[in-house]
Write a protein that binds this ligand. Structure first.
Ligand code: SF4
Length: 516
C-alpha cells in the first residue's frame, strides 16, 4: 500500500503538492505515452517526476535531452552490465560515461524519445535508474572493496543487496520529503563516508552473551549541500540481520516526520537537529525493539572511499587494480578496454569507488604483468599521483541547470599542471563544484573549490570560485573553512600552488593536509 501524506495541502511545497496527485514512480507508467508527443508539449511542472526515473532535463531544457543516472548498489557490476553501460554511452550518450561519488554512473544527451528503449535495455541487464534521483532512497553505497578487503570486519555485499531490494520500487517509501542516502560499510577506514549520509552503518563489535559479535554502530542526519551537517551517532548496535529493519524504521521516521513545507529544510539532518539524536533513537527503538547499546567502533581512519593502485585482496594471490579516472569521465571505448581486461583476467566484475575511479578485482598474481602492460594504462594510471587521482568534481555548467561555473573542463588540466610541480606522500583531496551544493563532497575535502560568480573590473559577471581548506571525515568529521576572497578561473592555479607549497614546506613526516 502506498504511503499517504497527512499534512494539510496548503502547507506543502510545490513538489509535495504534485506528489499528492501522482506518485513519483508513476513516471514509468506515463513515459510510453509521453514520448509519443514532442518534448516541448511536456509541461515544466512534470519535470520533477522525471527525477524518480533517474533523469534530469539537461540544459538547454527545450532540446529535450536528459542527464540519466544508473543506480549501482555498492558500485559492483558484472561484465554483461558493463558492456551495456558502454553501449548506452556510444548509442545515446555522446560517447561519455561519468562516474559519480556514490558509485553510480551518469550519462548526458539521452534523447526524450528514446527513453523507453534505453530503460528496457538497462532493465534487461538487471540494472535500474529507478530512484537514482528524486525524493526517495538513493543508491545504497558500500565499501568499494567489500568482500575482497583485508581491512573489513566482514563482507557487507549481502546486506547492501538486501537493503537495496527492500526499498527498490517500494511505494511505501517512494514519497519521502527529499532524498535519503544510505551507507553500509565495514572497512575500518570509513570507506563508506559515513558522516555525509542520512543513515550510515559503521563497523563495530559488541560482546553479546559472552560472544564478540561483529556488526554496526549507526549514524544519522549527515548531509552536505548549502547547510552541511555531519552524521551523529545513535547509542545502538545493529547485527547484520537487523540492518534492513533498522533501515526501514529510520526511513519511516523520516517519511512520517520529515519537513515538507520548505525543500531547503527537508532533509533528515534538519529533523535530527530539531529532535536531537536521543529522541530519534527512542522512536527508532519503539519500531525495532531489543537493539543493544552501541558497540566498540572499529573505525581507525578515513580513506575517502578511494581504492587506487594495485593491492592484494583478502583472497591470497589475488589483486585488485584501482584505476584513476580524472574528473570521473571516460569514453565508451576506454571503458570497454577495462571491461575487456576484467573479462579476460578478472572474475566477471568491475567496481566503482567513491572518488570517481574504477576497480578491476580478482587479478591473479600470475596475470598482473599482462594486465599492467595493457595499452589503456598509458591513458589511465593505476599508479596514483596525489592530486588529479584523488580529486573529485561535479557535472558543472556544461550540463547542470544549477551551476555557476564549469568544472570538469577546468579540473583535470589544473590538477595535472599542479602534479608536475608537487608530489606528496599523503593523498590531498581537492574538489571542485559548480555551485554550493554537495555533489562532489566539497565541504569535507582538504581543499574545496566552490563555483560562483563575481564582477570583473569592467563590471561583467564572470565565473569565479571561493576556496575552503581543512575538511575531513577523520574522527567524526570536520568541514573545511572558507578563505577570504573570490578568484577568477585564471587565478586558481596560482592560489592552489601557493596553498600546496605551504603544505609542502611545513608538512611534518607523513602528516595529512587536514592534520597540518
Ligand atoms: Fe550541479 Fe552544483 Fe551539483 Fe555541481 S554541485 S552538479 S553545479 S548542483
Amino acid at each position: 500500500m502506498s504511503y499517504q501524506v497527512t499534512w494539510a495541502a496548503a502547507k506543502l511545497n510545490k513538489n509535495e503538492q504534485s506528489k499528492l496527485i501522482e506518485d513519483g514512480l508513476d513516471v514509468f507508467r506515463d513515459l510510453p505515452e509521453l514520448v509519443k508527443r514532442p518534448f516541448a508539449e511536456v509541461d515544466k511542472s512534470y519535470y520533477m517526476y522525471f527525477k524518480f526515473a533517474g533523469l534530469t532535463v539537461q540544459k538547454p531544457q527545450e532540446q529535450g535531452n536528459f542527464m540519466m543516472r544508473v543506480k549501482i548498489p555498492g558500485g559492483i557490476i558484472n561484465i554483461k552490465q558493463a558492456r551495456h553501460l558502454a553501449a548506452i554511452a556510444s548509442e545515446y550518450g555522446h560517447d561519455q560515461i561519468d562516474l559519480t561519488t556514490r558509485q553510480a554512473v551518469q550519462y548526458h544527451w539521452i534523447p526524450f524519445a528514446k527513453l523507453p528503449e534505453v530503460f528496457a535495455g538497462i532493465n534487461a541487464v538487471g540494472l535500474t535508474t529507478q530512484g537514482a534521483e528524486g525524493d526517495i532512497t538513493r543508491n545504497v553505497i558500500d565499501n568499494p572493496l567489500a568482500g575482497i578487503d583485508p581491512n573489513e570486519l566482514f563482507d557487507t555485499r549481502p546486506t547492501v543487496r538486501r537493503v537495496h531490494r527492500l526499498f527498490q520500487g517500494n511505494r511505501d517509501y517512494s514519497n519521502l520529503p527529499r532524498k535519503f542516502k544510505i551507507s553500509i560499510n565495514s572497512n575500518i577506514y570509513n570507506a563508506g563516508n559515513a558522516e555525509i549520509n542520512d543513515l550510515a552503518f559503521v563497523p563495530a563489535t559488541k560482546k553479546i552473551n559472552g560472544r564478540t559479535v561483529k556488526g554496526f554502530n549507526v549514524k544519522v542526519g549527515g548531509g552536505l549541500g548549502m547547510r552541511p551537517y555531519l552524521g551523529l551517532g545513535l547509542d545502538i548496535f545493529v547485527t547484520r540481520s537487523q540492518v534492513p529493519a533498522v533501515a526501514e524504521a529510520a526511513v519511516q521516521l523520516y517519511r512520517d516526520n520529515g519537513y515538507r513545507r520548505s525543500r531547503s529544510k527537508a532533509r533528515l539532518k534538519f529533523l535530527i537537529q530539531d529532535w536531537g539524536v536521543a529522541e530519534f533513537e527512542t522512536k527508532l527503538r519503539e519500531k525495532v525493539p531489543g537493539l543493544a547499546t552501541a558497540g566498540a567502533s572499529a573505525v581507525i581512519g578515513w580513506s575517502n572511499g578511494t581504492a587506487l593502485g594495485i593491492h592484494e585482496q583478502r583472497q591470497a594471490g589475488y589483486y585488485y587494480v584501482g584505476v584513476s579516472i580524472p574528473a570521473g569521465r571516460l569514453q565508451a571505448a576506454d571503458f570497454s578496454a577495462f571491461v575487456d581486461l576484467a573479462e579476460k583476467y578478472g572474475r566477471d566484475e568491475l567496481r566503482f569507488d567513491h572518488s570517481q575511479n574504477l576497480l578491476i578485482p580478482y587479478i591473479a598474481a600470475a596475470d598482473l604483468s599482462a594486465v599492467k602492460a595493457a595499452p589503456i594504462f598509458k591513458k589511465f594510471s593505476y599508479k596514483p599521483h596525489n592530486l588529479v587521482d584523488f580529486g573529485t568534481t561535479c557535472t558543472g555548467a556544461e550540463y547542470c541547470n544549477l551551476a555557476y561555473t564549469h568544472t570538469k573542463e577546468i579540473f583535470t588540466p589544473l590538477l595535472k599542471r599542479l602534479d608536475t610541480q608537487f608530489s606528496f606522500d599523503q593523498p590531498v583531496h581537492i574538489t571542485l563544484t559548480g555551485c554550493g551544493n554537495g555533489c562532489a563532497h566539497r565541504s569535507v575535502a582538504d581543499i574545496g573549490i566552490e563555483g560562483l560568480t563575481a564582477k570583473t573590473k569592467d563590471g561583467q559577471r564572470a565565473e569565479a570560485f571561493k576556496i575552503a581548506v581543512g575538511g575531513s571525515l577523520l574522527a567524526g568529521g570536520h568541514f573545511n573553512e572558507v578563505l577570504k576572497g573570490k578568484l577568477f578561473t585564471s587565478q586558481l592555479y596560482g592560489a592552489l600552488a601557493a596553498l600546496l607549497a605551504d603544505y609542502q614546506t611545513q608538512q611534518l613526516a607523513n602528516e595529512t593536509y587536514y592534520a597540518y
